[in-house]
Design a protein around this ligand. Structure first.
Ligand SMILES: Cc1cc2nc3c(=O)[nH]c(=O)nc-3n(C[C@H](O)[C@H](O)[C@H](O)COP(=O)(O)O)c2cc1C
Ligand SMILES: [Fe+2]
Ligand SMILES: [Fe+2]
Length: 407
């Protein structure tokens, strides 16, 4: 774990986690950090924790001790969010520290009891409640429900103007040497923007309206530092991550970068011929193309890439009267995450009667995705010149349509 001083009396302990299926399903190409924070006044508070994996709570205690902080003497644990990537250590910690008070929302209190038992003192807080730690350190609490769990709150320290935002303003991606926004190289800035999109699309996307409310809440606070539970700390320009999150909200509503993702699959190469043709047309038109071949692409990468693209081409054949299953599963996942309003084009090959297009429409309708398809093209067997011409026309329409959706 890396120890970093954020401000006088405010510290971060950050660890990189690799080879994790985050939330049991997201295969993270670049890992993730878990950030825990310590605020020292006369009393000491720990804000957010770590996962409860074997050895990790003990590593955290060792780090506390190296900071001259006896884990038995920690007074308060502020639980912004009960997802076990932050709370897993509580079961162990409550055995180590028997005079601990946990501060959290009413919804989190219920979760603490059901996850880790009820033999711990809990103080439930509401919007604007405060906790004076002494020596100029004063915390206030700001419930932000459904970002992305019902229990969530933001914690603000007024002496240093630090917002401890937990998952809000977080990003996936391991941290190397640089923990603060002003230390990041241009490559690292790009890396964390990408990992922020991965995080938002994988974890937050479903809750975009609530994320917007949390952004509004953030605007009411006078902030010098944003200290999230995952990813770098923003102290030079906290507005950057606020603006990024506002933009990511727009990606969930049909806006995107000036790029087109081809979400595709093919059994024996018939649809693939049309995909290759489409890729050439897009390259000729100077549009960045992301090819996502299913089922080879990870769910995490597929979702993040579709999420950030202004235009999507869905290309897949008919399989047993329906849409090729790996692409259907991807579309269902995109639908569950409420990635709505994208501009799109569909094409795919069939052998005898088709059916892929019908199921695609069903998925889009059932998930209320409101995608705007410029055309849907089912062709028999290998694509013929007239099929390719129609695909080319569709691509022209799609490129025109996304012009108004670039963000
Ligand atoms: C397992 C399997 C199931 C299929 N089911 C259908 C079907 O229900 N209706 C249909 O029109 N074609 C069906 N086909 C034919 C394919 O849609 C057709 O061969 C198409 O050209 C495949 O395109 P691809 O090479 O891009 O996978 C099926 C093919 C396979 C291998
Ligand atoms: Fe979470
Ligand atoms: Fe988290």
């Amino acid at each position: 774990m890396k120890k970093i001083e954020l401000a006088d009396g405010v510290y971060m302990l950050s660890m990189n986690v690799e080879n994790i299926l985050f939330e049991g399903m997201w295969d993270l190409a670049n890992g993730v950090t878990l950030n825990s924070y310590i605020v020292k006044g006369d009393k000491t508070a720990v804000i957010d924790g770590v996962i409860g994996w074997d050895g990790i709570p003990e590593t955290l205690y060792k780090n506390f001790e190296e900071m001259n902080l006896n884990p038995k003497e920690i007074d308060y644990l502020i639980v912004n969010h009960m997802e076990p990537d932050h709370s897993g250590w509580i079961e162990n910690f409550k055995k180590v520290n028997d005079h601990l008070t946990i501060i959290c929302t009413d919804k989190a209190a219920k979760l603490i009891n059901s996850f880790y038992g009820n033999e711990v003192e809990i103080r439930v807080v509401k919007e604007g409640d405060t906790l004076d730690l002494g020596k100029g350190k004063k915390l206030s609490f700001h419930p932000s429900p459904n970002v992305h769990w019902p229990d969530t709150m933001l914690t603000y320290e007024s002496g240093t103007k630090t917002l401890f935002s937990c998952d809000m303003y977080g990003a996936f991606g391991k941290i190397g040497e640089h923990y603060f926004d002003d230390e990041l190289t241009p490559e690292e800035v790009e890396f964390f923007e990408k990992e922020g999109i991965r995080y938002f699309s994988n974890v937050m996307g479903t809750f975009t309206p609530m994320v917007k409310k949390a952004i509004e809440k953030t605007k009411e606070l006078d902030i010098n530092i944003i200290a999230p539970g995952h990813g770098p700390v923003y102290r030079k320009n906290p507005q950057k991550i606020i603006d990024d999150y506002l933009r990511f909200c727009k990606y969930a509503e049909g806006y995107g970068k000036k790029e087109i993702s081809i979400l595709w699959g093919s059994m024996y190469g018939m649809t693939e011929k049309a995909v290759n043709y489409a890729e050439k047309i897009l390259e000729r038109e100077g549009i960045k193309v992301n090819k996502l071949k299913m089922p080879l692409e990870t769910e995490s990468e597929m979702l993040a890439t579709v999420f950030q693209s202004a235009g999507i081409i869905v290309a897949a054949p008919t399989y047993e009267y329906k849409l090729f299953p790996p692409v259907a599963a991807a579309m269902e996942e995109i639908g569950r995450k409420k990635v709505a309003g994208k501009s799109a084009l569909y094409f795919g090959s069939f052998g005898w009667s088709g059916g892929a297009e019908k199921e695609l429409n069903e998925i889009v309708d059932r998930n209320r995705m409101k995608w705007d398809f410029v055309d849907t093209i089912e062709f028999e067997g290998s694509p013929k010149t007239e099929d390719l011409n129609r695909i080319e026309e569709g691509i022209s329409k799609l490129i025109k349509q996304i012009e108004a959706k670039i963000s």
